[in-house]
Write a protein that binds this ligand. Structure first.
Ligand code: CND
Ligand code: ZN
Length: 375
């Protein structure tokens, strides 16, 4: 019996209020309208950005179904959809690529104007939601909401991947891996023989290290206050790891001394204003490049002396590793299938949607890198 065109009842994790556990609910998922795709989610990772919404650090419309790092199979398509069909393996794209807006047409930018990170509508492109629960409308998160057995996305927010892809692994290409890896190879453009420092050794930071290594960096320093993260960082390519808690002086001074004034590329992959400043100060004053990857708390500003930039530093940042998502995600998946990179070290725990709150607890306590939920 086909479900196409019908409302599907299924399980999803709903955030009703900030600082509350997610609630596993039965929800109704409406059929896709024109230019929309309904996906059966197979696997979804838990990323710190989801937690930023739960904690209120990142403001988003509530109630909402979070989740933005996933892979699944197309269940049905709305009128006019041409790039995917039912049965295709796909990755939902939290940063879409419409290929029509000024950013998509520009060779460099990737923040498509239909993204919902900066627009914050909590809906699909037509301004409405496909989710209801207990008679209430539930918002979409970044146009994809993957903590649900079924979700509906705009066609610009989904891309087909190789039919042989293991979905419980390649889901990380939907956020963590691509964001970290791209921050090194695409945003910073790490060069062979260079020295890099990565602040924050979670799933995104470790992926940044993988990117630095594949770009040929000869020295990669990992920085984290949790030393339990060091072994894994070294496994994926860090040449040394340090904790700011072991030093009396500011970590940027330690790094500048350690590298004889010469950090080429620094990355902040935590989302903390203090470490953003430390990352900027630790890169070489004349040629250093500092990339902000971590999502900063809402409504906060950094005050810096412009002299820090006048001397020649470059300070930049990007969403989703600077990748144009529809173009690049299928290629990244193919690279993983060809064993160019291993995602296994990033996936420390496997679980199910019912246990999603335990997965978040493990992320908060630093016990997990990525927990992948299979649905
Ligand atoms: P996760 O929480 O797994 O890792 C953060 C790491 O930072 C942990 O290992 C902490 O121990 C460490 N840490 C915390 N505070 C400090 C400190 N003061 N000094 C040193 N280390 C510290 O997070 P994640 O890897 O999932 O995500 C990292 C950030 O990246 C987070 O802010 C997330 O929201 C952001 C992000 C950005 C993007 C993007 O597109 N730019 C996409 N996804 C996630
Ligand atoms: Zn993420």
């Amino acid at each position: 019996m086909t479900t196409a065109g019908k409302v599907i009842k299924c399980k999803a994790a709903v955030l009703w209020e900030i600082n509350q556990p997610l609630s596993i609910e039965e929800i109704e998922v409406a059929a896709p309208k024109a230019n929309e795709v309904r996906i059966k989610i197979a696997a979804t990772g838990i990323c710190r950005s989801d937690d930023h919404v739960i904690s209120g650090t990142l403001t988003y419309k509530l109630p909402v179904i979070l989740g933005h790092e996933a892979a699944g199979i197309v269940e049905s398509i709305g009128e006019g959809v041409t790039s995917v069909k039912p049965g295709d393996k796909v990755i939902p794209l939290f940063n879409p690529q419409c290929k029509k807006c000024n950013v998509c047409k520009h060779p460099n930018g990737n923040l498509c104007t239909s993204n919902d990170l900066t627009c914050n509508t909590g809906t699909l492109k037509d301004g409405t939601s496909r989710f209801t629960c207990r008679g209430k409308t539930i918002h979409h998160f970044l146009g994809i909401s993957t903590f649900s057995e079924y979700t509906v996305v705009d066609e610009v927010s989904v891309v087909k991947i190789d039919s042989s892809s293991p979905l419980e692994k390649v889901c990380l290409v939907g956020c963590g891996f691509s964001t970290g890896y791209g921050s090194a190879v695409k945003v910073a453009k790490v060069t062979p023989g260079s020295t890099c420092v990565v602040f924050g050794l979670g799933g995104v930071g470790l992926s940044t290290i993988i990117g630095c290594k594949s770009a040929g960096a000869s020295r990669i320093i990992g920085v984290d206050i949790n030393k339990d993260k060091f072994a894994k960082a070294k496994e994926v390519g860090a040449t040394e790891c340090i904790s700011p808690l072991d030093y009396k002086k500011p970590i940027q001074d330690v790094l500048v001394e350690m590298t004889n004034d010469g950090i080429d590329f620094s990355f902040e992959v935590i989302g903390n204003l203090e470490t953003m400043t430390a990352a900027l100060l630790s890169c070489n004053k004349a040629f250093g490049v500092c990339v902000i990857v971590g999502v900063p708390p809402n409504v906060s500003n950094l005050s810096i002396n412009p002299m820090l930039l006048l001397t020649g530093r470059t300070w930049k940042g990007a969403i989703f590793g600077g990748f144009k998502s529809k173009d690049e995600v299928p290629k990244l998946v193919s690279d993983i299938l060809a064993k160019k990179f291993k995602l296994d070290p990033l996936i420390t725990h496997a679980s199910t949607l019912d246990k999603i709150n335990e997965g978040f607890d493990m992320l908060r306590s630093g016990k997990s890198i990525r927990t992948v939920l299979t649905l």
